[in-house]
Design a protein around this ligand. Structure first.
Ligand code: SAH
Length: 358
């Protein structure tokens, strides 16, 4: 253990161990966990139910970090985007989306992203670094505190910056921290993990005790096109991802969501829709169509509502549940694929693949 552990990074048992060597009892760990993760208080002096001696000892000897709000913008539609600064000065974005119909927090798992999807601004940044578990969980409590929701239930979508399965251990640890009854007690049923489909990580996810809902960013129906749009497809092609989905252990009535970003004249034809129906055969699936949120530097356009509707109708006619994602917060650049902060370093495609294979 480092001489100055960051207590915000610890699960309850780890916190118990860290306190045990500093004169604390297990119940102190539960009290501190509640302060940090349930009440959003990270100033030891405000943890009034800890003895003065313990507080004094800890003040010398531990840190409790929390993301700092350095930007806070509200969209006309109620969506709110926070820019959060981490302890090393890096910045990430986290988004609150009200009434979807639930209240939803859209959380980042990395600073930047290594996947380099051709239509995503975060992908253009390259990967700066993974977030720690404490930083991933920290976004949730900072958003919950900022929106007055520390005591209400909300959904979490891991659809902010980054690829959650590329930062597997920290993402799963964050979900355990959020699930703790001494913290925000977030049920995994309220969490959706969205991924480009890193097959070995999907297999691992299927064995997790705390398993979130799964969303796969499919976006194309042929390997040629998907590799052009979502480069990790070269290593994990459609058939491998869909096989992993077929084997994925789903609870009774749950289904895998397939996200499909719609690019005008590229992947939005009736043939694409029919191929998608064939690909999803035998999978308990629902499809979420995401008309592109265009941005400068993104070489695609958003299709017309008519094209989107025609595509959706082909799926619906084949009894596939389909929804069209309403784009929220576009005026404040909080919509899907629009999260980007300065400081990114663009990597070459080869470097990106090297990162992926690690
Ligand atoms: N890396 C994960 C999660 C982050 S992105 C993943 O790829 O699933 C969340 C969703 O937003 C993904 O489906 C992604 O493909 C989509 N997205 C990215 N850029 C977009 C854009 N410009 N317009 C619409 N959706 C976009």
């Amino acid at each position: 253990m480092t001489p100055h552990p960051d207590l915000a990074e610890l699960e309850l048992q780890e916190l118990e161990a860290a306190l045990a060597t500093r004169g604390g009892e297990p119940f102190h760990a539960r009290q501190m966990y509640r302060w940090i993760h349930k009440r959003g208080v990270t100033d030891i002096d405000k943890m009034t139910d800890l003895s003065r001696t313990l507080r004094a000892r800890l003040r010398e000897d531990v840190e409790i970090s929390t993301p700092a709000i350095v930007g806070d913008e509200q969209s006309v539609d109620g969506t709110r985007k926070l820019v959060l600064q981490l302890r090393d000065g890096r910045r990430i974005e986290s988004v609150f989306i009200p009434d979807t119909p639930a209240m939803t927090f859209c959380i980042s798992t990395q600073v930047g992203c290594a996947m380099a999807c051709d239509f995503c601004l975060t992908g253009k940044m390259g990967l700066v670094r993974h977030l720690t578990a404490g930083e991933i969980a920290g976004q949730v409590r900072v958003l919950a505190a900022a929106t007055g929701m520390l005591d209400t239930s909300f959904n979490i979508v891991l659809m902010g910056m980054g690829e959650p399965l590329h930062n597997y251990d920290n993402t799963m640890k964050a979900l355990r921290m959020l699930h703790s009854t001494y913290g925000l007690a977030v049920s995994p049923r309220r969490v959706t993990l969205s991924t480009v489909g890193i097959v070995p990580a999907l297999e691992r996810l299927g064995r997790e005790a705390l398993m979130p809902n799964l969303a796969i960013s499919l976006h194309a129906t042929t390997d040629e096109q998907r590799t052009a749009l979502v480069p990790p497809n070269r290593k994990y092609p459609l058939a491998a991802i869909l096989d992993a989905c077929r084997l994925f252990p789903l609870k009774n009535r749950s289904r895998i969501t397939f996200e499909y970003v719609m690019l005008d004249g590229v992947n939005d034809t009736p043939d694409d829709a029919r191929r998608l129906v064939t690909l999803l055969n035998g999978i308990k699936a629902k499809v979420n169509l995401i008309p592109l949120n265009p941005a400068p530097g993104i070489p695609y356009d958003r299709p017309s509502d008519d094209r989107v509707d025609r595509f959706a109708q082909i799926l619906a006619d084949r009894h596939i549940t389909v929804s069209v994602r309403k784009s929220r917060g576009r005026d404040i650049r909080a919509a899907c694929g629009q999260l980007i902060v300065e400081g990114g370093t663009k990597k070459t495609a080869a470097q990106q693949m090297a990162l992926l294979i690690k």
